[in-house]
Design a protein around this ligand. Structure first.
Ligand code: ZN
Length: 514
């Protein structure tokens, strides 16, 4: 069903919004003092040509009483009926978007001299008039300079800035505004009622939002929805619309956003790895993630942009907004946006995401994995505290699997032990480790942070890694894996060693892996 055509207003009273324009035009009709050239400017779907047709109808209506305050076309006389059916010989519609040529305007110029076939006025509606070629424009201008008394021009455009000033100076201009949400809702409700289609209020709200100020879009969306509803008896729901229009959100995006909200690094990394195995398009994923984070930020700032989400996801956004600190969230959105081109070109597409996860989440607390979102706020505060601390982090609480293993804590003492062990193994290796910070112990991985990539690369070498892992195993009884990361902002309080010793150390332990 083409609702746009079926419900097109046929009189001024049916026109929604644009009250200021309707008021001026109907005043002109009532007084008989109207212009011979009009320009209707405004966004698409706001009713420009609809209003032009109603105006044309009123101008040529023979059933309209000429008494004061009677401006509505009768919709009963032969002129009105012909215009409704698109058969009036005295209403000429030119779509400049598909008909840009000078020939049409020449034709117009030739025929405009002749009197109307049977009506009082010969009315030209030129839609998307800015699309006319320069020659056609000039030809039109000549006509507008000295129009015959029986001719009336109504031009519509979505791009008034492209209209020549010489044309603008010869017409009365009206600017159409976008439809307001409430007007669109009112229209949709009216049509649902007229068509006996049951639809939930929130579903109407979503359709109105998606129409972005266009009556035409609202009606065509409504047509799309009503044609696929399941049964006549049941209401069209918000969820159905989301499904039909493909607005359903990816669960994975929300899961990932929640992991970020909770600062749960382990979970975030697991999700990335899972998505990678599924062969997901990380670029698309990141775009959706940014959209979701944006919704959370806007909600925190008091803006409701949740209309295209299901209730379940709306609740999730609201809960995440409670946890996310707004500045952190903004920074995160910026980082993900900047990472987009990198994701496109990276040989490991998930790497840019992983880097951001690393930056915005802190040490992996194993007890954090099972935390619920509502419990996460305190954790997020905890995170803020640890963020400023460059202290060595306490070891994770051990899970049940680790019961039989050594319970020796990975603390400062252990770190000293490891450096001591390294010194016995290779004096220079120890010098390098002194320049690192034990950043994290998570499950069976120990992460060392280095200020310089060069140093991290050396320690990451196979031989050095094996040596250090051996030392850790000896000291803890646990086979930890060594992981090296680079943090350029790292500040290390070095107890003794001089720069010289470190530099020479770097040279000694530098190894080339084949
Ligand atoms: Zn009439």
């Amino acid at each position: 069903m083409v609702y746009y055509r079926k419900f097109r207003p046929q009189k001024f009273a049916d026109i929604l919004g644009q009250e200021h324009i309707v008021q001026t035009l109907t005043n002109a009709l009532s007084s008989g003092d109207f212009s011979h050239g009009y320009l209707f400017a405004g966004p698409r779907g706001t009713g420009k040509t609809t209003l032009a047709r109603v105006m044309a109808k009123a101008l040529n209506c023979t059933g309209r009483s000429l008494a004061k305050d009677s401006f509505e076309p009768c919709n009963k006389c032969s002129s009105c009926k012909e215009i409704t059916l698109g058969r009036s010989l005295d209403l000429i519609e030119i779509d400049a978007a598909s008909n840009r040529g000078i020939d049409e305007i020449r034709d117009l110029r030739e025929k405009i001299r002749f009197a109307p076939t049977k009506s009082k006025y010969k009315i030209y509606i030129i839609d998307e008039v800015h699309m006319l070629t320069k020659e056609a424009f000039n030809a039109l201008l000549k006509t507008l300079e000295e129009p015959p008394k029986h001719a009336i021009f109504m031009m519509a455009t979505t791009e008034p800035q492209k209209i020549l000033p010489t044309i603008l100076s010869r017409v009365q201009r009206f600017d159409f505004r976008r439809a307001e949400l409430e007007e669109l809702k009112k229209l949709l409700k009216k049509i649902a009622q007229a068509e006996a289609i049951k639809i939930d209020d929130e579903a109407i709200g979503l359709l109105a939002q998606l129409s972005t100020g266009s009556y035409r879009d609202a009606l065509s969306l409504f047509g799309q929805i009503s044609s696929v509803r399941k049964t006549i008896a049941s209401n069209i729901t918000l969820e159905q619309i989301q499904q039909i229009l493909g607005l359903a959100q990816d669960k994975s995006v929300f899961d990932f956003a929640e992991a970020l909200a909770m600062g749960n690094r382990k979970l975030a990394f697991e999700l990335i790895s899972k998505l990678n195995l599924q062969g997901i398009d990380f670029e698309n994923f990141t775009v959706k993630l940014i959209e979701t984070l944006r919704k959370i930020a806007l909600w925190e700032l008091g803006e409701d942009q949740l209309f295209d989400l299901t209730h379940e996801y709306q609740d999730k956004v609201k809960k995440m907004a409670e946890i996310f600190e707004i500045n952190l969230l903004m920074k995160m959105i910026e980082k993900f946006a900047l990472a987009l081109p990198q994701i496109k070109s990276a040989s490991i597409p998930q790497l840019p995401l992983e880097m951001i996860v690393f930056e915005f989440t802190k040490s992996c607390h194993s007890e954090q994995s099972n935390v619920t979102l509502s419990e996460a706020k305190s954790l997020s505060r905890m995170r803020d505290v640890t963020e400023t601390s460059s202290e060595i982090l306490p070891p994770p609480r051990r899970g049940q699997n680790d019961k039989n293993k050594s319970t020796k804590n990975l603390n400062q003492d252990l770190w000293t032990e490891i450096i001591k062990g390294a010194k016995a193994h290779n004096h220079s290796l120890a010098a390098l480790l002194k320049d690192a910070v034990l950043a994290e112990t998570c499950d069976n991985t120990i992460t060392l942070a280095f200020k310089f990539k060069f140093h991290a690369d050396i320690i990451s070498g196979k031989r050095n890694t094996q040596a250090i892992e051996g030392i850790i195993l000896k000291n803890t009884g646990t086979a930890y894996k060594l992981n090296c990361i680079v943090n350029p902002e790292l500040v290390v309080k070095k107890p003794t060693d001089s720069e010289d010793e470190l530099l020479s150390g770097a040279k000694e332990v530098f190894e080339v892996e084949e």
